[in-house]
Design a protein. Structure first.
Ligand code: NAD
Ligand code: LMR
Length: 333
């Protein structure tokens, strides 16, 4: 029997990421080739005509799984009945800026859209925040939508995770699908810590540690980390626009694994609320290694952490404190 359609909200749907993301969702990349979807697309009034153009293209593409499209500039209409919300709406940074530099513009969006989601989304709606600064926007959403369970509010660090897999695969000249279990700790910012301590490569002789195969700790501890941390800036420098297709694809990976589960023995990185694991203060939205089953994520426990991890934790904690103080000054008025 055919499945009932799932309603998926994409905010900022007329933008760069939105334009790459909505066809992926309509093709089944996010929820599977047997899962019909109804797309809810939200943007702001100045982008209404462009949004309508995206809707026209979705109709013209005749996606068999696409059972309806709502294209609107009204947040209540956009959020009504949605099962999954991918929050992309907001402003990207430009060359030379840090992601936190778009905070003042973007966090207020997440305050107002939190209440629309809280009041009008379907029960148990899963939320993925993509817009930067992603951890902080997710924290705002959690704060201003207190009736959405905190386990349902996440942010995207899967792009950083995928970037780390890509770098290892290029360095070792192996298929990216043979590399697994890197970890992104922390924020989706240049202070994050990409960690290969437990990462492995599937070889004809079985699974081997990345560190053993690379056999170059200097590269792993310095260049690899810097490249992953700075990849967003490198793409902006090259494209004069921020990453879009890789962000859209990683957003699909994040939701697919969350809803359908991670493969046995594999973990992925997700920005989720901290329950105090690995000494990360409770309540922060922080990127951890997680496994997913039956639509729930679970932080991988008991992995060894290095001195560099502890250094990064202090760093990240400082970043979050600065942001929280900004939020309490500006939003709770
Ligand atoms: P873009 O400027 O091309 O598109 C953003 C869209 O959001 C625009 O159409 C804009 O009109 C819309 N928008 C603005 N305010 C809105 C609001 N209140 N409600 C609904 N829509 C609104 O930008 P983009 O390249 O698509 O990037 C979107 C965001 O995603 C940026 O903040 C960017 O920095 C971030 N990003 C995050 C990651 C990640 O890994 N977490 C990766 C890439 C980009
Ligand atoms: C990215 O990592 O590509 C995005 O966060 C965009 C940016 O500002 O770097």
């Amino acid at each position: 029997m055919a499945k009932d359609p799932v309603r998926v909200l994409v905010t900022g749907a007329a933008g760069q990421i939105g334009y790459a993301l909505v066809p992926m969702i309509a093709r089944g990349v996010m929820l599977g080739a047997d899962q019909p979807v109804i797309l809810h697309m939200l943007d702001i009034p100045p982008a209404a005509e462009a949004l309508n153009g995206v809707k026209m293209e979705l109709v013209d593409a005749a996606f068999p799984l696409l059972k309806g499209v709502v294209a609107t500039t009204d947040a209540v209409e956009a959020c009504t009945g949605v099962n999954i919300a991918v929050m992309v709406g907001g402003f990207p940074r430009k060359e030379g800026m840090e992601r936190k530099d778009v905070m003042s513009k973007n966090v207020s969006i997440y305050k107002s859209q939190a209440s629309a989601l809280e009041k009008h989304a379907a029960a148990n709606c899963k939320v993925l925040v993509v817009a930067n600064p992603a951890n902080t926007n997710a924290l705002i959403l959690k704060e201003f939508a207190p009736s959405i369970p905190e386990k349902n509010i996440t942010c995207l660090t899967r792009l950083d995770h995928n970037r780390a897999l890509g770098q290892i695969s290029e360095r070792l000249n192996v298929q990216v699908s043979d590399v697994k279990n890197v970890i992104i700790w922390g924020n989706h910012s240049s202070t994050q810590y990409p960690d290969v301590t437990h990462a492995t490569v599937n070889t004809p002789a079985g699974e081997k540690p990345v560190r053993e195969l690379v056999a170059d700790d200097k590269w792993l501890n310095e260049e690899f980390i810097a490249v992953v941390q700075q990849r967003g800036a490198a793409i902006i420098k090259a494209r004069k626009l921020s990453s879009a297709l890789s962000a859209a694809s990683s957003a699909c990976d994040h939701i697919r694994d969350w809803v359908l589960g991670t493969p046995e023995g594999t973990w992925v990185s997700m920005g989720v609320y901290s329950d105090g694991s690995y000494n990360v203060p409770s309540g922060l939205i922080y990127s951890f290694p997680v496994t997913c089953k039956n639509g729930e994520w679970c932080i991988v426990q008991g992995e060894n952490t290095s001195d560099r991890y502890h250094f990064s934790l202090v760093n990240e904690f400082y970043v979050m404190l600065t942001r929280l103080s900004y939020i309490s000054r500006t939003l709770h008025r």
